[in-house]
Design a protein around this ligand. Structure first.
Ligand code: NAP
Length: 514
């Protein structure tokens, strides 16, 4: 079982003791006292306070600044404090590989039976090759480690695959190992630890309480990623994007997996080059992916087979790895998600039942702002429903290409300002304009909104964008991006699992978290 460790980085002993109680209440297995973060640290006085009558097992670390810590003094005093921590019953002490030999010599006669020495190596620049990582493990072991700890930095998410390989290798030889890759691109090394057999992973008490870059909170580890349920056989799903940290998809899909009793976890993958990522995580365990900005179009090229609708749209937002042959199959659930949300929005506003056979989009002018992944899905969908599609985009050339592809009309953003061929038009924003944090921005001035009967915004953070607020003030029926988000996610869940998506649960979670 991978242990959950909360790093304690407060400046005072009192706060560390209080944080230890909070860590226990959250469900941590142990805490790491980062002695180098304490102001005016007095080993004799403070270690008794920290280690006496403690609520959780303790890992004690006194990291020097030459290894990324805050301690600036000499090793003699540092070692004395760590030795004292061991004598006072700390279960673990962490010491750096560079000085491990001296420390091991110092404690060799006094090491208590249940005490474990972690010997660590940190690389704040990159992640070395698999061979270099393996030889580092061997050096750390040879130095006398009970537990090997290697923390590197993810320059690219593919770096984490090498760390996983090394942890698995250590498992085979029964060498306990903590292998973590720092930074946002390394997040999966922290979340998927139990799958590969990592000895422990760190979870913080909250933002600003990290001891290394990229640590998630313990609350997210336990309550979003359900980390206690992750094991060797757990299937991994996730959202591929850049940026991706803001995505609420992990909250939604993990809750749905849990409610369906599936042995699966959903994470976020901060990916630079889609093809490299898919190549590095080609094992059957990485079973399905959602794709977001800017990878939806590249995903069409990276899949072995693409569903005809996704192919026509030219954008894939869902990739499923077919279990029988490992082939990647691409789909698009944005199209149905957005179009059905707009149709139901219009029908609802008119008090008409949802099951009308003729689409309320049929025959209407449907203006799409944007020609990226979401723009393509909306334009394709509106055309399928019989609308007269018009595409306006910052890069006019892309608007023209899309208009040619689906049989529509292209405009520049400037032309859109005075575009009014008929009444009752529908407007759909598919750019990120107005998305947090730029909530004061809008893709079309309020003065130009009066000619639209219906306005949809794909942006869903905030729930009500400036565009929607001003459209409503101008008398339009408005449909928010959240409805599209819920529906496209339901479509993805069904493709990932072959089960019906738990709609009520999805709606409850969205209400609570977005
Ligand atoms: P994308 O493929 O990168 O396309 C972005 C589009 O927005 C392009 O047409 C781009 O124009 C335009 N654009 C970006 N910034 C702009 C700016 N400052 N001014 C004018 N135009 C700008 O992205 P996407 O995947 O289609 O996503 C677009 C938006 O839709 C995002 O906000 C995303 O969160 C949202 N979305 C929501 C859902 C949902 O479920 N509600 C689903 C998918 C997407 P150029 O061609 O000139 O670059």
């Amino acid at each position: 079982m991978t242990l959950l460790c909360v790093p304690l980085v407060s400046k005072t002993v009192e706060q560390m003791v209080a944080d230890m109680a909070a860590a226990k209440a959250c469900g941590a297995d142990l805490v790491e006292f980062r002695l180098d973060h304490l102001s005016n640290f007095d080993p004799r006085r403070d270690l008794h306070l920290l280690l006496g009558d403690r609520l959780l097992p303790a890992l004690v670390t006194y990291r020097p600044n030459w290894e990324g810590g805050e301690y600036e003094g000499d090793d003699k005093q540092r070692f004395q404090a760590l030795c004292l921590a061991m004598e006072l019953g700390a279960e673990y002490v962490d010491v750096e590989l560079k000085v491990a030999e001296d420390f091991v010599r110092l404690i060799s006669e006094k090491k208590p039976e249940n005490f474990k020495l972690i010997i660590s190596s940190h690389n704040y620049q990159s992640t070395p090759s698999s061979e270099e990582l393996s030889s580092l493990v061997a050096r750390i072991q040879a130095a006398g480690a009970d537990i090997v700890k290697i923390a590197t930095t993810a320059v690219d998410i593919v770096d984490v695959a090498r760390m996983f390989q090394v942890i698995v290798h250590c498992q085979e030889y029964q060498v306990p190992m903590i292998g973590l890759v720092m930074g946002e691109k390394g997040l999966i090394s922290r979340l998927l630890c139990p799958k590969y057999g990592g000895y422990l992973t760190f979870g913080t008490l909250g933002a600003g309480k990290e001891s290394a870059p990229g640590q998630p909170t313990i609350s997210d580890l336990l309550n979003v990623y359900n980390i206690r349920q992750i094991g060797t056989d757990t299937k991994v799903f996730g959202i591929i994007g850049k940026p991706v940290g803001h995505s609420k998809s992990p909250i939604l899909h993990n809750a749905a997996f849990k409610s369906a009793g599936l042995n699966a976890v959903y994470v976020s993958f901060l990916v630079d080059v889609l093809a490299d990522f898919l190549n590095a995580y080609s094992s059957a365990d990485f079973a399905g992916f959602s794709c977001t900005i800017p990878h939806k179009e590249a995903a069409v090229r990276c899949c072995d087979e693409v569903d005809p609708i996704a192919k026509s749209i030219g954008a894939v937002n869902t990739i499923v790895k077919r279990p029988t042959d490992g082939k990647l199959i691409g789909y698009n659930t944005d199209y149905v998600g957005a179009i059905s949300a707009i149709e139901d929005g219009i029908r609802g506003s008119k008090g008409v039942g949802k099951d009308e056979t003729v689409s309320p989009l049929a025959g209407k002018v449907f203006v799409v702002i944007g020609a990226g992944g979401a723009g393509k899905a909306l334009a394709y969908g509106a055309k399928e429903k019989g609308a007269k599609v018009v595409i306006a985009n910052r890069t006019y050339e892309r608007a023209r290409e899309l208009a040619n592809l689906i049989g529509g009309h292209a405009l520049t953003l400037a032309e859109l300002e005075n575009f009014h061929p008929e009444d009752g038009m529908i407007l759909a924003n598919t750019t990120s304009i107005g998305m947090q944090p730029n909530v004061d921005e809008t893709p079309l001035r309020k003065q130009a909104l009066g000619v639209y009967a219906v306005v949809f915004d794909a942006v869903y953070t905030p729930k009500v964008t400036r565009l929607l607020r001003e459209a409503e003030e101008s008398g339009a029926t408005v449909v928010g991006g959240l409805e599209m988000f819920i529906r496209q996610a339901m479509g993805q869940f069904e493709l990932f699992t072959n089960l019906a998506a738990p709609e009520n649960l999805f709606r409850e979670i969205v209400k609570k978290h977005i």
